[in-house]
Ligand binder design. Sequence first.
Ligand code: SF4
Length: 322
Amino acid sequence: MAAKPTPAELETATPRGMKYDARVGSILGTNTKMEKLPNGREVINSGVTMAPSKRSKIVNVCEWASAACIATCVLWFAGRRAAAKMRECARNITALWFYWPERFYARYDRELTNQERRAAAAGVESYNRPNVASDLNHDRIVAKHPRTTFYDYTAGFLRMMDYLLGRLPPNYHLTFSVKESTPFEHVLEVISRGGNVAVVVDTYYWGPTHRYGLMPAAAVFQTEDGESFRVSVIDGDRHDIRTPEFDGGGKMIGLRLKAQSNRVKELARSRGFAKYFSRGGKEFSTRFEMRQGGTIVITLPRLNPLQVLGACPSGCGGCAKA
Ligand code: SF4
């Protein structure tokens, strides 16, 4: 049951916001992957899971999402998120944030304070992922909780640049998400400034039997006109915490293509969201063990001239294929 709102919160409440407040059991949650921690380290980790893109039917929480990532979003079509009850929880959190942000942030703040107390009592570190299935600016919470380390993925190039230029709080870390429309120049810029980029790799994955396809050990990013560069790859499915402490910098984070249905997987492949890996088939998979080997070659589009001229405000590259 949600705690009683303060008089100040009630002043700005909307009837819809109040309805959703009662429906949200807790702002912070966890999932199977977030409970996987880097080897030998005990931490307390949590995240805020909204309904991705426009799945809430109220608001778009992924400003820089691409057509293919919306159609195949792992946070909607894979694992526990595919269950109706979990989707309803995510929709309620999104609605609370949209209709009554003061209440949302007050509850987020309180739950995080409780998490920090539990972490301090257990002598472990506190981590939080503010955008498990969204790409929003929650900087007000990050700034208020220096005792927690925050991490996120973003597809917003300018937001990523803010991070790499040190304009975001020091306890907040970002990884740049590569979509089918992300330009080569953006990836090169992020890597050369010491940031990491996340790529969905078309390699075998079947969670129920713990079968994992081979993850490449290296990646070559290239354009069709022959420019290229090479980086090493980190297996992003080993754990969820994406910080320079665990991932280093200037690397690709490989994430296996996951979905409940083959139709969704096929869509991710055919639209170019999941990047083809020649050794990604079942024959290269292993049970209970995540292995790496080989090189993946990823061809990306060139930067759209509109973006070069600064006429595109988002920098997402979504119009590059228009
Ligand atoms: S940006 Fe991420 S969370 Fe949002 S729709 Fe795309 S894959 Fe899903």
